[in-house]
Design a protein around this ligand. Structure first.
Ligand code: NAD
Ligand code: UDX
Length: 467
């Protein structure tokens, strides 16, 4: 394709990636009309809601941008065919979860949603159309997309259509998505058609410095996304494995983190010990990576990365076990307050949140859980717990308020590092607990010196008692 000036974009998928990503493009490129489409009508209604507190994705800074650009150059719609027909560039930003059945079940990524929307693109696109993979997909997916598009290219003069396919993975993290999109470390574009690459690059150059936009072949770009997530997840499993060693040796993970992080070859980021990584990406992408390695005849490589997932599962399990052990091996009918259900702070996303398995295990031991989260809805907690076999009548309640939640509690378990939990006055909380009571801090947000003064039984991940 020759030089192409993009005037109209369609993004298929109005989720955690499609919504924020297109909002930031719309904000930086007022001359481009962007339509985000989704099959999920309810989601589109919420994106169009007059009350900006109802938009379906909570991200700091997002509602302010939506207020600025919605119905100016950013539109949300369920009319997929029309948005495709009118677009010069189409982003595929649909979900790619782990397959649940058939070959590769439990490991390979399910690209059926990518395939379904590619078929719609093939059917409805008109003229020269650039298709951009925004979803995280297995390496070589562009080949499948291409062959679907090519087999459907229209030949007659009136609707003459041609396609080119680019890979442009998204590196935003939830909770910091707007800042990550406004100030990305890099933009990665994979492809082999220079005109299309330049067209996409020119969009980003509206706000990203040129030296931060890198281009590669399609396969390097597709693979780099999986590898970036694998390396990040690996750091978390590494530090979490060492948190357990700290606890039994009297070392303190915070001190170890500082000591190793100051080595410029290691660096200080992504070294926070916690309840294990959650979120919709790390586990899914690692599973996909291990599956791909095996598929391409590399079982040793597959086993190496499998271990990152095993340690993550183990970390969640060992936190639950620690709670049980500290409460004399019995939590039956004991009141445990769960602080935080989202997989990290500043998001309402609960996918793969460590809270899910930890709550499930405690409920199965007979505990009464009082679950709090400032942004997650009760229906979402219900949905996640039902998915792991917990029926709604089991002993848990959800509350959006902290008032009264600690009364007569046997234990408090901090699972998400929300800012409001850092403001809690532990001295007054201590007065209303049932004695002896425990405070478990899996996110290391509480200063041990402060709570020690209040004679709490206090446990913090990675903090060994001096021997
Ligand atoms: P999501 O589930 O929040 O959103 C996907 C949306 O696509 C859903 O609303 C769904 O209804 C819609 N959809 C599916 N098939 C469709 C079709 N044929 N036509 C129209 N709409 C359709 O998912 P997400 O978190 O936004 O992730 C999307 C992709 O981006 C995934 O591949 C993910 O791995 C990747 N990714 C996610 C993140 C993240 O932080 N969530 C970061 C980087 C990359
Ligand atoms: C991740 C990647 O960071 C992002 O680049 C990719 O595009 C999508 O997946 P996300 O899952 O949204 O982003 O959040 P992230 O900040 O990576 O955190 C993932 C999980 O790791 C969270 O549960 C978080 O609490 C945990 N984590 C993160 C730690 O336990 N310790 C850390 O030091 C960092």
């Amino acid at each position: 394709m020759g030089s192409i000036n993009i005037k109209s974009i369609c993004c298929i998928g109005a989720g955690y990636v499609g919504g924020p990503t297109m909002a930031v493009i719309a904000d930086n490129c007022p001359e481009i009309k962007i339509t985000i489409v989704d099959l999920n009508k309810e989601r589109i209604v919420l994106w169009n809601s007059n009350d900006l507190n109802k938009i379906p994705v909570f991200e700091p800074g997002l509602k302010e941008i939506i207020k600025k650009v919605r119905n100016k150059n950013l539109f949300f719609s369920t009319d997929v065919p029309n948005a495709i027909s009118n677009a010069d560039m189409i982003f595929i930003s649909v979900n790619t979860p782990t397959k649940t059945k058939g070959i590769g079940a439990g490991r390979a990524s399910d690209i059926s949603w990518v395939e379904a929307c590619t078929r719609q693109v093939a059917e409805y696109a008109i003229g020269e159309t650039i298709v951009v993979e925004k979803s995280t997909i297995p390496v070589k997916t562009a080949e499948a997309i291409r062959s679907i598009l090519m087999s459907c290219s229209k030949e007659d003069d009136q609707t003459k259509t041609s396609f080119s396919v680019l890979s442009n993975p998204e590196f935003l993290a939830e909770g910091t998505a707007i800042n990550d999109l406004q100030n990305p470390d890099r933009i990665l574009i994979g492809g082999d058609d220079q005109g299309s690459i330049d067209a996409l690059k020119n969009i980003y150059l509206n706000w990203v410095p040129e030296n931060q936009v890198i281009t590669t072949n399609l396969w390097s770009s597709e693979l780099s996304k999986l590898i970036a997530n694998a390396f990040l997840a690996q750091r978390i499993s590494s530090i979490n494995s060492i948190s357990a060693l700290c606890e039994v040796t009297g070392a303190n993970i915070e001190e170890v983190k500082k000591a190793i992080g100051l080595d410029s070859r290691i660096g200080s980021k992504f070294l926070n010990a916690g309840p294990g990584f959650g979120g919709s990406c790390f586990k899914k992408d690692l599973l996909n990576l291990t599956y791909l390695c095996e598929h391409f005849g590399l079982p040793e490589v597959s086993k190496y990365w499998e271990q990152v997932i095993s340690i993550n599962n183990w970390q969640q399990y060992r936190i639950y076990k620690t709670v049980i052990n500290k409460l004399f091996g019995n939590v039956n009918k004991k009141k445990i307050v769960i602080l935080g259900f989202s997989f990290k702070s500043d998001t309402n996303d609960t996918r793969e949140s460590p809270a899910i398995l930890i709550c499930k295990n405690l409920l199965n031991e007979g505990a009464n859980l009082f679950i709090h989260d400032p942004k997650v809805k009760k229906s979402q907690v219900e949905f996640e717990l039902r998915n792991v076999g917990i029926d709604n009548n089991l002993n848990w309640i959800f509350t959006e308020k902290l008032e009264g939640i600690f009364d007569n509690a046997d234990a408090i378990l901090v699972l998400t590092e929300w800012g409001i939990y850092k403001e809690i006055n532990w001295k007054s909380v201590n007065k209303v607990l049932r004695n002896p009571s425990w405070l478990f801090d899996t996110r290391r947000i509480i200063d041990p010196d402060i709570v020690n003064d209040y004679e709490f039984n206090f446990w913090q991940v990675g903090r060994g008692n001096d021997l």
